[in-house]
Write a protein that binds this ligand. Sequence first.
Ligand SMILES: Nc1ncnc2c1ncn2[C@@H]1O[C@H](COP(=O)(O)OP(=O)(O)OP(=O)(O)O)[C@@H](O)[C@H]1O
Length: 292
Amino acid sequence: MSNENMTTPDPNTESGSRVESQTSPRPGSEVVDSDELNRPKTSETVVSSRDLDVFYGDTQALQGIDIEIPKKQVTAMIGPSGCGKSTFLRCINRMNDLIDSCRIEGELKFEAKNVYDSDVDPVALRRRIGMVFQSPNPFPKTIYENVAYGLKIQGKTENMDQKVEDALKSAALWDEVKDRLDESGLDLSGGQQQRLCIARAIAVDPEVILMDEPASALDPVATSQVEDLISDLAEEYTVVIVTHNMQQAARISDKTAVFLTGGELVEFDDTQKVFENPESQRVEDYITGKFG
Ligand SMILES: Nc1ncnc2c1ncn2[C@@H]1O[C@H](COP(=O)(O)OP(=O)(O)OP(=O)(O)O)[C@@H](O)[C@H]1O
């Protein structure tokens, strides 16, 4: 993904939000454990926060968030509308810097470094922590140029064709577009456009990919393709995904963080544990659809 895109919030991340209605069976019935996802468990933490508070003006959006996000796994953030999921996601690569009223207290580390230290360059940070938004937002350029753009910005132009091909293959899009690389990215279907945006994000070889409801604008077939892709991506990258869809969190994530109203992180654990045997009654009530 280009730096421009990574630093430009898509307005759609802030709008059109909805909580998917609960359907039977309970989301936990679809939990797939990490072994089935073919991901070895790692205890290495890549992103962590300690006592993180976030305010928009006088309104507190997140309260005292402590979390340790493991490397090369999928971590899902779920919870009712307005509980602060997107706010937390945007803290990780400092997208909230773009919001004047936003103030952050506490610690948020990427690897060993507090990302809010004064010597951290947010643009450089966003090269290592890419982002994919709710609505696919390809540039009005060719498919090839969409993927090559970030590489060009970074001056990584050697073996460009191969890098573009590799990114499109990693995004499970190559076979569908290899004969039309010179066509506009905007001519692709919605699901293809979202995979193109994922290819754009991974072309610059980030370590973490943040995804804010990446499938919510897609039809069921495209959603399923993107879900499969997210699972595959975790072999190479750390993925943090915000989703309103609890079944989706249960299907594709290793870890689940449940935020509840008031900006509290109420539970964070293995996805299977959260959906099948949560510690908190409030989480149990939320995932069984008693509120939210
Ligand atoms: N730019 C902003 N300015 C002021 N308040 C904001 C801003 N963005 C979010 N908020 C407020 O912060 C709180 C958390 O919002 P956030 O978007 O992080 O929640 P969310 O859980 O992602 O919600 P949703 O699921 O509806 O997308 C909400 O009360 C919201 O109104």
